[in-house]
Design a protein around this ligand. Sequence first.
Ligand code: CA
Length: 231
Amino acid sequence: MRVLLVEDEKALAETIRRGLTNEGFVVDVAHDGVTGQWMATENPYDVIVLDIMLPRRNGYEVLRNLRQLKVWAPAMMLTAKDGEYDQTDAFELGADDYLTKPFSFVVLVARLRALVRRGAPPRPVDLAVGGLKLDPNRRTVSRNGHPISLTAKEFSVLQFLMRHPEVVLSKAEILDNVWDQAFDGSENIVEVYVGYLRRKIDVAFGVTSLVTVRGMGYRLMAVDGGEPTQE
Ligand code: CA
């Protein structure tokens, strides 16, 4: 099992490195975020132990960059109790597990083994409907290779439509799946966002893929091609 340990406190890093080596892990160590990120992209690791407060680039940025680069090795974040971040942040920002410093070495080993056993969790897959592509991890959208800039809500609506291509989806279905429970506005909000989307994914390319089915809802059709039209 190959572990990358990114920890700037050199004495602590050395203690962990020695301990993990004795437990049969192969351990590489980086002492700053930039080096850690580079090593994680250059080598296949079974698990990454990532301190948060690091010189040059903090652990969260490193993790976010790695996921964007499609490096999916499970990550164990090391958080400090009185630090700028807490464990809730660790999960929100994509860590697979966390330990609060100071931690027991036995616990670290047990949790690392559990993470390695579990392996990289399944990640959302890229979606494609005709020439329209959506990458849920990078949160990017393009048509025919041309990037499209969407707001967070437009992205969510499109993602839902792209999961059900060629199918008629009612406003109520879109509303239930994209807006949270607390939303008590009218279904017309869906119409508004479909309008925004249509301008960006269709009109801007001179194609028609997002079709209104009168009285029923919307259908996203697979349309190839499309070039950006002049405004
Ligand atoms: Ca640190």
